[in-house]
Design a protein around this ligand. Structure first.
Ligand code: NAG
Ligand code: NAG
Length: 292
């Protein structure tokens, strides 16, 4: 009875509809965010997929962007019933997938699906002050990325769309050596490497990037698994963070064999790729606070 009551409270608080089958029993709280949350992209347990389809229900992400024109989020997102470090016992992982239908507007070169925080705006809080973006990733052996291609997975794009101030990438970066294609790479807007770490095919990898928009400095934090606290692995390094804009988290797969990657190039048919995300949130680090 107690369990049932607690469960109902959690579901009610999340404003999501219940699917009692998806219930993480007896999981410990792994880590709680310690600083004020500016944008919360964590997905409450038991959220039903169609929650993400319309503005009437989706209180977490932008229901309209950025995705294949003919797809709904309920077709794009999967729920692998896993828990990352900052998901605790109230939130769950969400997998972003791409298929042949993942063509946004007329961008025929890309296959993409990207989550935007609902409250994020091109001139908003996400691009001011000192903020730390958190994301955890895990690989899905049934939907592997093809690391011959270049992937952009997490980034902050300037309001005029002319640059990405920070870029979290995988695979073979076009025009660069393929030597580190098996690494995740964090780059600045000019493509300079800020941090790189091998993609772990088995366990969660937790990243946090502190963006000091006042000083134009970036600090990167990382840990693997769910119980190890993050630690500073790079920075503070100078990086031009000017230009406002918005975050995006998901998959943007670039084509091969093209000088015009947005519009043309080679993409294999029958794509079925995914990237599992957990613990998505932006926190305020103006007082130096970073959740580890
Ligand atoms: C989700 O995972 C939990 C914990 O491992 C398990 O008890 C539960 O049965 C799983 N639910 C589904 C729908 O697979
Ligand atoms: C990976 O992508 C390359 C280039 O598009 C393609 O030739 C190759 O068949 C793909 N490999 C797999 C395993 O899908």
């Amino acid at each position: 009875m107690f369990t049932q009551t607690l469960f109902s409270v959690v579901v009610a608080a999340s404003t999501a509809l219940a699917n009692p089958l998806q219930h993480h029993a007896h999981l410990p709280i792994l880590a709680d965010p310690k600083c004020p949350i500016v944008f919360d992209g964590r997905v409450p347990l038991n959220t039903i997929p169609t929650f993400f389809d319309t503005s009437a229900t989706n209180t977490i992400f932008n229901p309209d962007y950025v995705k294949g024109n003919d797809l709904k989020w309920s077709q794009i997102l999967k729920f692998p019933n896993q828990t990352s470090r900052f998901d605790g016992d109230k939130y769950t992982a969400v997998e972003v997938t791409i298929s042949d239908a993942s063509i946004f507007q007329t961008q025929n070169g890309f296959r993409r699906a990207g989550l935007q925080f609902l409250k994020d705006a091109s001139d908003g809080e996400g691009g001011k002050g000192v903020k730390t973006l958190h994301w955890s990733v895990k690989q899905d052996p049934t939907r592997p990325l093809n690391l011959t291609h270049e992937y952009l997975n997490v980034w902050h794009e300037s309001a005029d769309y002319s640059a990405d101030q920070i870029q979290f990438q995988a695979g073979t970066l076009i025009g660069k050596s393929a030597a580190d294609k098996n690494n995740f790479k964090i780059l600045d807007r000019s493509g300079n490497s800020l941090y790189s770490v091998p993609i772990d095919q088995n366990q969660w990898q937790n990243f946090a990037v502190k963006l000091d928009y006042n000083k134009n400095q970036v600090t990167i934090y990382y840990s693997a698994g769910t119980t190890t606290p993050l630690k500073s692995v790079a920075g503070p390094k100078s990086a031009n963070l000017a230009g406002g804009g918005q975050f995006q988290l998901g998959i943007l797969k670039k084509p091969t064999g093209s000088d015009d990657v947005v519009n043309s190039g080679f993409q294999e048919k029958n794509l079925n790729e995914g990237q599992i995300y957990g613990g998505l949130f932006l926190e305020d680090s103006v007082d130096g606070c970073v959740s580890l």
